[in-house]
Structures are given as C-alpha cells and as structure tokens.
Design a binder for this molecule. Sequence first.
Ligand code: FAD
Ligand code: SF4
Ligand code: SF4
Length: 657
Amino acid sequence: MARVGVFVCFCGANIADFVDVPAVVEESKKIKEVKFAIEYKYMCSDPGQQMIRDAIVQHRLTSVVVAACSPRMHEKTFRKALSDAGMNPYLLEVANIREHSSWVHQKDKKAATEKASDLIRMAVAKSIANEQLHSISVPVTKRALVIGGGIAGIQAALDIADARIPVVLVEKSPSIGGRMAQLDETFPTLDCSQCILTPKMVDVASHPYIELIPYSEVLELEGFVGNYKAKIKKKASYVNFKTCTGCGACWQKCPVKVPNEYNMGIDKRKAIYTPFPQAVPNKPVIDAEHCTMLLKGKCGICAKVCEKGAIDYTMQDEVIEREIGAVVVATGYDLWDPKPYEEYGVGRFKDIITSLEFERMVSANGPTGGVPVRPSDGKVPKSVVFIKCIGSRDEAKGIEYCSKICCMYTAKHAILLHHKVHDSHAYIFYMDIRAAGKGYEEFVKRAQVETAATYLRGRVSKIYKKGEKLIVRGEDGQLGQVVEVEADLVVLATAIVPNKDNPDLARLLGVSYDKYGYMSEAHPKLRPVETAKAGIFLAGCTQAPKDIPDTVAQASACAAKVCGLFSGDTMLKDPMISTVNKEFCSGCQNCVTVCPYQAIVTEEIPMGHGSKETRVVAKINEGVCQGCGSCVAICRSMAISLAGFTDTQIINEIVSI
Ligand code: FAD
Ligand code: SF4
Ligand code: SF4
C-alpha cells in the first residue's frame, strides 16, 4: 500500500502570495494515498529537509512529493534528503507550483491554488508507480573544448591546462587575443593591455596541454556531458604553418590592400596578412575573398618571394574531430553599429568615430602612431567630445541594457587624450556615471581631476558641421539649459552587442540565448557560469557585457567547474533512460531516426522457437541516452519504455485530473 508524503513550500512570498498554501495542504490530505502533508516557508533549507527526513522515517513513507519551485532548481537537493533518510532518491516527485502556478497566475489566487492542488494530485498519482532506480556510471573524456580565444578563452584554457587537463582552443580569427589585443592601456590601473595579454597568448601557444586551432570554427557538437564529439572546420590559410617562419616577406610584397580589421579599418592590410605584430600564432593567412591569385588566378607574388615555399594556393578547408568532455564558450562581443543616430550625422561626418577606433588611434602600436587624429584632415584634435550610451539604454534606437564598461573606458579615454595631446580638452556627455567596481569610482575622479574634463549630464540632440568643426548640441542637466560645444572630433561609446553568429552557435551547442543573442546562464545568481546544458559553460562577454577583471574571474570559474567535472574517471548519470522490449520490437528503426543523441543502434537476435534465422531489433546505448523520450513517442509497437516516465506513471497522472 502506497504511503505518500506531501511537502508544500511557501518559497518565501514567491508561492505563498499567490497560492493559498494551507488550503493546498488540506486538499492534499484528502488524497487516499497521502499519509502525511505539511507546509514550510523554505522547504529547501536544512529545517525543511529535516522535516522530509523525519517524516519518511516516522510515517514509513513509500514516496515523497515536494510541491515547490522547478525541479531544475532543487530536485537534486530533495533527492539527497531522501537518500539521507535511507529512501531511494528516485521515489521523489516535484510538483512545480511556482513557475507553473504562482508565477503565471498572479492575478487569480483562487485559480492558482486550484492548479497547485491539481499539480500535486498528479505528482502523487505518478509517485505511486515510481520504481527504485539507480544512477548509471559513464566514463568521462577528460579533454575540454574552449571556443573563442579572447582573454576569456585564454584564461579558461590556461587554468584548465595548468591542472594537466588537455584543452582544444578553437579561435575563429587567425590569432588569439580578441578585443583586448586592440586596447591601449586598461582601466582601472592603466596598465598596458599588450604587456599583460601577450605573455598569456604565448603561454597558450607553448602549453603542452593546449592544442591551439586558429582560423577555425566548430561545426557540430554531438553527445552529452563527459562524452561530446566536436567537428571543427579548419579554414584554409593557404600557408603551410610548419614551414613558414613568419618572416613577413609575403605580405610586404602583396599588392592587394584591404581595410584592416585590427585597426578598425583606419588603415589597410594586405590580402596575405598577420593580424598584428604580436599575433599568436605569428603566421600569415591569405584572405581568400581578396587574393587575386585565388579569385582570378593572377599574381602569385607571395609564393615567388617566400623562400620557404610555404604558400599553397591549393590548400582546402579541413574538418577534424575531437572527443571532449566539457565546453567553455568564450566568443566575446562586437560593437553596435551607430547608423540609426542620423541626427548625429553618423556616416556623413568623417570626424565622428567609435570608441574602439579612438582606442586604436591612441594605442602605441596603432595606425596613427599613438596620437588621435581627425579622419577628415589628419590634424590632431584639441577639443574632443565623448558621447556615452550610444545604443545602450536607448530602447527607441538601440537596446535596453547598460553596456557596463563605457563609463569606465570613456574616463580612460579622457585620461589618454590628456596624456597624448596636452593642450586638448575633453567634454563628456553622459546619462549617469556607473563606476561600481574596485578602484573604479576613484578612477573616474582621477579622470575628472587630472584632465579637468567637462562632464555634461544630458543627451545630445544634434551634431552639425560649421566650417572645419562639428557643433555638438545637447543638454547640460546641471544648468538646465541647452549647450553647444565646438568639437574637432566626436567619439561615440557605442553599445556592446554579442557576436552576430552567437545565436547560430548557441543552437548548434543546444544552449539557450536571450533576445539580444547573449548566451543564457543556468541561473543568474547561483549558476552564473553554467548553461542549462550539462558540461557547457560560459565565460566573458558571450554571456553579457563585462570588463576584463570580471571576464577573467568568470573564465577561471569555468575552469574550476571543468576541473570539478573531470575529477573522477567516471561520472554518475541519471537512470531515466529508455529500454527496448525486444519481444515487442518490430525492427522498424523509427526510433533510430528520431533519437537526437544517436543513442540507438540495432542488433540481430535469434528469431526464437529454435529457428536459425535472425531479426533486427533496436538497442539503447545506456551511456548516450539522455532520456528525452522521443523514441518512446515514435514507437508504434510500444516496445520502448523510459524509466521514471513509464506509461503507467503518465496514465496515472492523466487519470488523476
Ligand atoms: P573578446 O575579446 O571579444 O574575444 C572573443 C574571441 O572569440 C575573439 O578572439 C573572437 O574572434 C572569438 N570568436 C568569436 N566567435 C567565435 C566562434 N564562433 N568560434 C571561435 N572563436 C570565436 N575592459 C577593461 O577591463 N579595461 C579597459 O580599459 C577596457 N577598455 C575597453 C575599451 C573599449 C573601447 C571597449 C569596446 C572595451 C574595453 N574593455 C575594457 C572591455 C574588454 O574589451 C572586454 O572585457 C574583453 O575583451 C572581453 O573578453 P572576451 O574574451 O569575453 O571577448
Ligand atoms: Fe611565411 Fe613565407 Fe610569408 Fe615568410 S614569406 S611569412 S615564410 S609564408
Ligand atoms: Fe597577395 Fe594573393 Fe598575390 Fe599572395 S597571391 S601576393 S596573397 S594577392
């Protein structure tokens, strides 16, 4: 005879404000098999769990229903409470009365209460048919894949590799380094970006546990936590990296000039190029979209001048496979295109640039020798207007969120301008100054004091041209009046946005992403670096805009998660997997086609009755099956059953309501 215990959680006010919890408990007590029901403020807390443990023993419960938040949140917590009380953990059912009731029916407490009772009734009915299940042990491939070689990917790769775990680092562009390689000095300490980044880049290339695969992209990821297989496309570089010495003779002689991405298009690079002098690997690649030899079969100069014979115009893209156990996604960010700001003359006035263009100009290895210049006439600007929140916090033109770093780097830009052009003056139009971080408020103060920059609180309404100058018209919130500032150069702090291929990559990995294209963490507070897909973690700006210190911290957190995952030779897997009843299986193989994890194979078994003939039946690979249930639904012979979700359990649920 089933003896079910029901434990209903208030979840503070989350459930209790919209569901009449005591009424739900009374309703539960009316169910024949329920021998004990109780409510508590926080069922997941230690006293809450103790209630469950005590009741299991005192009331000789045969299964437990916890009515609380999503099982994603605390199923493991409650399963452990059952284990601690000597009960099989899979005799637990969670009725999600928070996400499925209180949160979605906040305007109708009566209906929310009735629905909560229904959900509990279903969970009780299902739990009666629950069976004792046991976790499955599967081997772990102790190799991590890091996608993206910016500072996030670099830090994660180094931390994992330092724990002697092999890492495959896949970078889309010809060199690692990401956006940080484009920066000059960095807030809040003004240390030189290259000086702190390039040694790490070199460490990546020389680390015995890191396989660096530049100029590559992940095409496919199949499998599950601990046992993924990645297909990686290595784009043809047309240069044999083994023989190339990186001497640069090729790109010096190449006649084709193309806007240089590294310098934000301010100057040109060649069709064969190394992205920047400190690139890792420091080998050139041929840009197939611009090389006249590859496009028209004319030229071939680079092959002629290369003494090592490293140029190979016949090179093809290559697809390679790597087996891995975990993935760190670190694909970073892009800058929002400010074109919608037509009233500022974006695109019409040459002397309006973006913050990253300014950053390149003031960089020691930048295209203008470390000094800002006006794109229109090459003159050094004396009056520079910086405008913050371009696109950020502007729903009408751009996006709702704050890009988080622009207040800080604009303060930095004021300081760098002052250092490079002593007789210059910076004007900064801002909405707020957000400087929450260690040493950040002090840094902004330093910018204000050291440079005497004029901070003007208000939006810019228009920019127009007057002779050689740009006139920036905006509000001065403190004086409550419209001001006009004469500028030689205007710098727009454009919003941070995710890489445009982030949604495609997220879909490929099976990870969710938000409406902007940032990949989503499993829980914003408690699981900030994990995704909802086990074994896939997020580092850096792929998850949200952030500065270097936060990016590095998150990358190291990912590395800690990966090392934790790989701490044993095997890992335990939930036993909710499918099994095939061979007697019923007709061998149609519909299940093989539908399984998204390729967990079903076929085997030949004897026909039976002494016959020598054989027939084909489906067979589940226990380690690969993820218990999604697709095969159960497609099987017309009803030969497949999913542990924990048997037909009896599902029918019990339906009948109960
Ligand atoms: P990224 O640097 O964007 O690196 C991502 C990498 O992933 C890139 O190499 C990219 O090519 C690669 N990638 C993308 N997609 C794929 C794919 N599908 N497959 C493989 N590889 C892929 N922060 C500070 O702390 N201090 C500062 O002074 C500072 N100044 C800044 C100034 C400006 C103007 C800007 C815009 C930002 C500034 N920042 C500063 C912020 C800093 O740039 C970021 O915090 C940091 O670069 C984030 O690193 P990341 O690795 O997450 O991303
Ligand atoms: Fe490499 Fe040859 Fe170019 Fe020198 S000339 S960088 S060896 S490809
Ligand atoms: Fe440049 Fe292509 Fe000519 Fe080489 S073959 S020099 S990359 S244009």
